[in-house]
Design a protein around this ligand. Structure first.
Ligand code: FAD
Length: 355
């Protein structure tokens, strides 16, 4: 019987395991279907892991603003940077692509750090969790190989994006099984495909421009990249977080200094378009194989501020599986770490009170 089982050795699961191992002498097990820990950390930020953002606030997230702020009031970007520095990891401030971002020298440094910090946990890799049951006051975690019993369960299994890196719907299935509402998941931080009226985008494939995008009630600045399928680039990825089904508007020349590239002028010369308010409805998006994250997930209405289920005692949901999703720029790792922190602190303090 384990005291705590964590499903998912990604950002939130690894951080939770590190904190728990350091401050409790509990028997902890970390399970992942991948052959190595931190598969998404490894590929993140072009191999340099954009780990957090100076301008952290709930306004950069889709989800319950009050809930998100409460979580960050316990562990924010400065707490994360402090934790990393105390472990000799010094992310660099780099605003080249997105405002406020911190990047590591290499994503491998983050995974190396976590592999040292979880040394006392049982790490079960290549282990696919198939189901979870609650019987006689403990959880039974069913994997394809065998079953494990645990007093507490932390679901840190992420969303549906990038199935090639281990993503599965297990977190959503567990949530539903215990009676939780799962807000419909959808790909986010992903490029848009376009309708035939925007096929001229394809002619500009490879061109990027600084633009302003209005989507729902948000206005976002940044670089747009035309692609052979539609459009992408940082500002479009963040727009996809807020886009529902309607029109988005692009200002291709948002500042007085804006200059329109020759290729762009050429492509629009016979089109009657307003370059300051070009409105179009995307056909869709590039899907889960390309989406950096999944929006939607376990409803925060049914979670306490320590990320414990209000329905099932000792069951926690942390990271991307929860209905909180950030813009591009390190916001999603910060959420993964902050939510993991809140869950573990509550477990640690309960444990201390019991002793
Ligand atoms: C290409 C790419 C680049 C990104 N770059 C950045 C970036 O630079 N900055 C940023 O903030 N965010 C970035 N993100 C998003 C970020 O990686 C995620 O938001 C974050 O990893 C979520 O952490 P998590 O712990 O919730 O889930 P994950 O890190 O996805 O971890 C979940 C783990 O659960 C495991 N798992 C799933 N199902 C099962 C199962 N049935 N049995 C066992 N194990 C299972 C998976 O294998 C996985 O290892 C990027 C994402 C992608 C895809």
């Amino acid at each position: 019987m384990y005291d705590i089982v964590i499903i998912g050795a990604g950002a939130s699961g690894l951080f939770a395991a590190s904190l728990l191992q350091k401050q409790t002498n509990q028997k902890i097990c970390l399970i992942d279907k991948n052959p190595k820990i931190g598969a998404k950390i490894k590929v993140s930020g072009g191999g340099k892991c954009n780990i957090t953002n100076k301008y952290l606030s709930s306004s950069h997230y889709l989800g319950d603003q009050q809930f998100i702020s409460e979580i960050f009031s316990q562990f924010d970007q400065n707490s994360l940077l402090k934790f990393l520095k105390s472990n000799n990891l010094h992310p660099n401030f780099n605003e080249k692509i997105v405002k406020g971002t911190y990047f590591c020298n290499s994503s491998d440094d983050v995974n190396t750090l976590f592999s040292k910090l979880i040394i006392q946990c049982d790490l079960l890799l290549n282990t696919d969790v198939k189901d979870v049951r609650y019987e006689n006051g403990s959880f039974t975690i069913v994997t394809e190989k065998k079953q494990f019993l645990s007093k507490k369960l932390l679901v840190a299994s992420g969303g549906l994006s990038y199935p090639s890196l281990g993503a599965s719907d297990i977190g959503f299935r567990i949530a539903k099984k215990f009676g939780h509402t799962v807000i419909t998941p959808n790909p986010a931080l992903v490029g848009f495909t376009v309708q035939k009226e925007q096929f001229w985008f394809k002619e500009l494939s490879g061109l990027s421009m600084n633009v302003k995008v209005k989507v729902e009630d948000k206005t976002l600045d940044g670089s747009l990249l035309f692609t052979h399928k539609g459009c992408s680039g940082p500002v479009i990825l963040s727009s996809s977080l807020y886009w529902k089904k309607g029109l988005i508007s692009i200002d291709f020349a948002p500042t007085k200094e804006s200059y329109l590239p020759k290729r762009f002028k050429q492509a629009i010369k016979d089109l009657d378009i307003d370059i300051h308010n070009y409105q179009f409805a995307p056909a869709g998006n590039f899907g889960y194989t390309k989406a950096e994250v999944t929006k939607g997930g376990v409803s925060t209405d049914e979670l306490n501020l320590n990320l414990e289920s209000k329905i099932q005692k000792d069951l926690y949901f942390i990271g991307e599986v929860v209905d909180v999703t950030g813009e591009l720029g390190g916001y999603n790792f910060q959420w993964a770490f902050s939510s993991a922190y809140c869950a573990t602190q509550s477990i640690i303090s309960n444990n201390l009170t019991k002793k």
